[in-house]
Write a protein that binds this ligand. Structure first.
Ligand code: 4GO
Length: 242
């Protein structure tokens, strides 16, 4: 999968994509990342990428011109590389809330572009022209789209085949089956007077699977009943309690 990042701060993104599971995906060639800096596409000698909002108000906006030239060049390069037009995703609090279902949709695509805004955001006309979907990682405001873009990249990368070892496969994750994850324990079996639930030491794989499923359902009920409510369209089809 190809990931293109459009950002004024690519140096914020690159190190995050070089470590851990995502770093391994990059090393293995399962992820190919490209960085595009709108500041390299400014037409004025001060290399200005922002300006004041029409109608007044605080803060600055990203100018459409450098972003447009940047996107046009990126799309030319993608075409030359034989990549189909990839949807441009704009990270913003006004976007569709990211969840595991959206992560799965995105990870099935051959390429996505993540457009990271700064300041108070981007001129609306640039978004109208180029953006396929706005995505939000949650109901809070950040100073740039880079951290949300990394959240999307990480969540998508761990869905790609052969990226996680089978022991920690994406199928085991919280939300993979619409439920929260069960608790986990490692050595020692007793730690500071606290014991590991005995069933996990029993060697009875069926009993362990049953216990984990029951714990997942209990936790989901206690912490996120919204995930189980009957009017929730993303309610898991089989929770094991039916
Ligand atoms: C995305 C972008 C929050 C999110 C952002 C989010 N803040 N909740 N800030 O996913 C335009 C300039 C948006 C700063 C950006």
């Amino acid at each position: 999968m190809r990931l293109d990042f459009i950002s004024l701060f690519p140096e914020m993104l690159k190190p995050a994509l070089s470590v851990g599971v995502v770093g391994r995906a990059v090393d293995k060639g399962a992820i190919e990342s490209h960085y595009w800096n709108p500041r390299d596409y400014t037409s004025n000698k001060h290399r200005t990428v922002d300006d004041r909002p029409f109608g007044g108000g605080p803060g600055m906006l990203m100018l459409p011109q450098p972003l447009d030239d940047c996107i046009v060049e990126m799309q030319q390069q993608q075409q030359a590389a034989g990549v189909e037009q990839s949807p441009i995703i704009y990270l913003s609090p006004q976007g569709r809330r990211l969840d595991q279902a959206l992560v799965k949709e995105l990870s099935a695509l051959p390429a996505i572009t993540l457009l990271c805004g700064r300041y108070e955001g981007v001129d609306e006309r640039l978004l109208e022209k180029h953006v396929s979907i706005e995505v939000s990682i949650g109901d809070y405001v950040l100073s740039g789209g880079e951290l949300p873009a990394l959240v999307v990249a990480d969540a998508v990368a761990r869905q790609l085949p052969g990226i996680l070892g089978h022991e920690d496969s994406a199928e085991q994750d919280s939300f993979a089956n619409g439920l929260l994850d069960c608790p986990h324990y490692t050595r020692p079996a007793e730690w500071q007077g606290r014991e590991v639930p005995p069933v996990l030491l029993s060697g009875d794989h069926a009993a362990i699977a049953e216990w984990r499923q029951a714990q997942s359902i209990k936790r989901t009920n206690e912490r996120r009943p919204d995930l189980l409510s009957t009017d929730n369209p993303s309610k898991p089809r089989s929770s094991g309690s039916e």
